[in-house]
Design a binder for this molecule. Structure first.
Ligand SMILES: Nc1nc2c(c(=O)[nH]1)N(C=O)[C@@H](CNc1ccc(C(=O)N[C@@H](CCC(=O)O)C(=O)O)cc1)CN2
Ligand SMILES: Nc1ncnc2c1ncn2[C@@H]1O[C@H](COP(=O)(O)OP(=O)(O)OP(=O)(O)O)[C@@H](O)[C@H]1O
Length: 249
């Protein structure tokens, strides 16, 4: 049943535009809503011990991987405990730690919500101290740094990022991702992929971090705007999905 709905969602992508919402779209939106509720419940039901074991396993997999070690520029989310997101604190500390020349190891951009119309920017930070809690209680950078200088927006950077670490509520083995419903990542990812194409940069690797209950057996409901990820990192291991990921992971 679920698979059949997904097929119709896929075929819709060629026949509808992103500005119209027809009956089938409404059906998928309802299915997404239901799945979000179920996953939120499953995440709440995880014991703190299981969660911290999974946080450690996922972060170890990332930190020990060749694709993370070789990355030079990243976008990563600042995990929010109350949203039950996979912890990124050790990964962020490693990115922002200094090498023996006193230089930050990798360039880091983190999300900042600009408005409710799915608009998010990825801004450069040099330290975790650069973050302040927003109205949703998620840590994010102020648009300017302590000296009053505008933070660099990844969309205006002269160098590409090679890796994006993404949050989400549910994922499947096809790389489909269900977010929290704001459309922030889908809009950002589409724009960044277009920028990379224009500049003839290599597309960044999109890697989602997922607790075990967030990986679905079957396909999750998707709409044409949903951007697929290249790979998942779950406590059981790295799951490469796209040809680019299969080549390097
Ligand atoms: N850590 C982190 N930062 C992020 C995101 C994210 O998912 N995680 N975002 C990715 O988009 C953007 C912020 N979007 C968000 C969208 C919804 C909620 C939220 O609190 N949702 C509640 C339900 C709220 C409601 O239904 O009214 C929830 O999911 O429980 C938070 C952030 C940018 N920064
Ligand atoms: N590329 C896009 N252009 C315009 N609107 C978009 C785009 N992608 C998503 N949206 C809008 O964002 C809203 C939420 O979309 P959806 O349910 O797919 O979000 P999500 O995948 O859960 O969120 P996120 O992308 O933040 O993780 C929808 O109303 C959708 O129309």
């Amino acid at each position: 049943m679920e698979t059949k709905n997904i097929k119709s969602a896929t075929s819709l992508s060629t026949t509808t535009t992103t500005t119209t919402t027809n009956t089938s779209d409404h059906f998928i939106i309802q299915q997404k809503k239901a799945l979000r509720s179920k996953i939120r419940k499953d995440l709440k039901a995880m014991s703190p011990i299981q969660r911290s074991q999974e946080d450690a396993a996922i972060q170890d997999l990332v930190l020990n991987s060749s694709w993370f070690k070789s990355s030079k520029g990243l976008c990563a989310y600042i995990s929010c405990e109350s949203l039950r997101e996979v912890d990124t604190s050790r990964i962020l500390s490693e990115i922002l730690s200094s090498d023996y020349h006193g230089q930050i190891k990798k360039k880091l951009y983190v999300p900042r919500v600009e408005d409710k119309n799915s608009h998010m920017r990825m801004l450069n930070i040099l330290s975790i101290e650069d973050l302040i809690a927003n109205s949703m209680n998620i840590l994010e950078p102020a648009p300017t740094d302590v000296n009053g200088n505008q933070r660099e927006d990844v969309m205006h950077a002269s160098e590409p990022v090679d890796l994006l670490l993404l949050p989400g509520l549910a994922f499947d083995r096809f790389g489909q991702r269900l977010g929290r419903g704001g459309g922030y990542y889908d809009v950002f990812l589409k724009k960044y992929q277009e920028l990379a194409t224009q500049r003839r940069w290599k597309q960044p690797l999109l890697v989602a971090l997922s607790y075990s209950p967030q990986i679905m057996e079957g396909a999750i409901p998707v709409t044409p705007n949903d951007v697929t990820v290249d790979a998942l990192v779950s406590p059981a291991g790295v799951i490469p999905i796209s040809p680019a990921a299969l080549e390097i992971m």
